[in-house]
Design a protein around this ligand. Structure first.
Ligand code: ZN
Length: 73
Protein backbone atom coordinates (compact mmCIF):
# COMPACT_ATOMS: atom_id res chain seq x y z
CA UNK A 1 0.00 0.00 0.00
CA UNK A 2 2.72 2.47 1.01
CA UNK A 3 4.84 1.58 -2.04
CA UNK A 4 1.86 2.16 -4.34
CA UNK A 5 1.19 5.51 -2.68
CA UNK A 6 4.84 6.54 -3.11
CA UNK A 7 4.70 5.55 -6.78
CA UNK A 8 1.57 7.65 -7.31
CA UNK A 9 3.18 10.64 -5.56
CA UNK A 10 6.32 10.23 -7.69
CA UNK A 11 4.30 10.18 -10.93
CA UNK A 12 2.24 13.21 -9.84
CA UNK A 13 5.39 15.17 -8.89
CA UNK A 14 7.03 14.37 -12.28
CA UNK A 15 3.95 15.61 -14.16
CA UNK A 16 3.77 18.64 -11.83
CA UNK A 17 7.41 19.62 -12.47
CA UNK A 18 6.94 19.21 -16.24
CA UNK A 19 4.03 21.68 -16.10
CA UNK A 20 5.98 24.14 -13.92
CA UNK A 21 8.89 24.11 -16.38
CA UNK A 22 6.53 24.98 -19.24
CA UNK A 23 4.58 27.70 -17.42
CA UNK A 24 7.24 30.46 -16.81
CA UNK A 25 7.56 31.28 -20.54
CA UNK A 26 3.82 31.99 -20.70
CA UNK A 27 3.76 34.22 -17.61
CA UNK A 28 6.84 36.14 -18.83
CA UNK A 29 5.23 37.00 -22.17
CA UNK A 30 2.02 38.17 -20.48
CA UNK A 31 4.09 40.33 -18.12
CA UNK A 32 5.84 42.00 -21.07
CA UNK A 33 2.49 42.84 -22.66
CA UNK A 34 1.25 44.64 -19.53
CA UNK A 35 4.52 46.61 -19.29
CA UNK A 36 4.31 47.72 -22.93
CA UNK A 37 0.71 48.90 -22.61
CA UNK A 38 0.56 52.55 -21.56
CA UNK A 39 -2.62 54.35 -20.58
CA UNK A 40 -4.24 56.15 -23.52
CA UNK A 41 -6.76 58.98 -23.20
CA UNK A 42 -8.92 60.62 -25.85
CA UNK A 43 -8.40 64.30 -26.71
CA UNK A 44 -11.60 66.20 -25.91
CA UNK A 45 -11.33 68.43 -29.02
CA UNK A 46 -10.05 66.25 -31.88
CA UNK A 47 -10.68 62.74 -30.47
CA UNK A 48 -7.11 61.53 -31.01
CA UNK A 49 -5.79 59.01 -28.48
CA UNK A 50 -2.65 60.25 -26.72
CA UNK A 51 -0.48 58.77 -23.98
CA UNK A 52 -1.61 60.01 -20.58
CA UNK A 53 1.78 61.56 -19.68
CA UNK A 54 1.76 63.59 -22.94
CA UNK A 55 -1.67 65.15 -22.49
CA UNK A 56 -2.65 68.56 -21.12
CA UNK A 57 -5.20 68.32 -18.32
CA UNK A 58 -7.61 71.26 -18.07
CA UNK A 59 -10.99 71.39 -16.28
CA UNK A 60 -10.85 67.58 -15.78
CA UNK A 61 -10.56 67.12 -19.59
CA UNK A 62 -7.60 65.85 -21.59
CA UNK A 63 -6.15 67.66 -24.62
CA UNK A 64 -3.46 66.37 -27.01
CA UNK A 65 -1.90 69.81 -27.65
CA UNK A 66 -2.09 73.48 -26.71
CA UNK A 67 -3.98 74.18 -29.96
CA UNK A 68 -6.77 71.81 -28.93
CA UNK A 69 -6.86 73.40 -25.48
CA UNK A 70 -7.20 76.86 -27.14
CA UNK A 71 -10.00 75.60 -29.44
CA UNK A 72 -11.96 74.32 -26.45
CA UNK A 73 -11.99 77.75 -24.83
ZN1 ZN B 1 -6.48 67.19 -29.91
Amino acid sequence: MILKLLLVIAVISIVYFMFIKKKPSVTKSSKKKSEEASEMVECTTCGVFVELNETILSNAKYYCSKECLAKAK
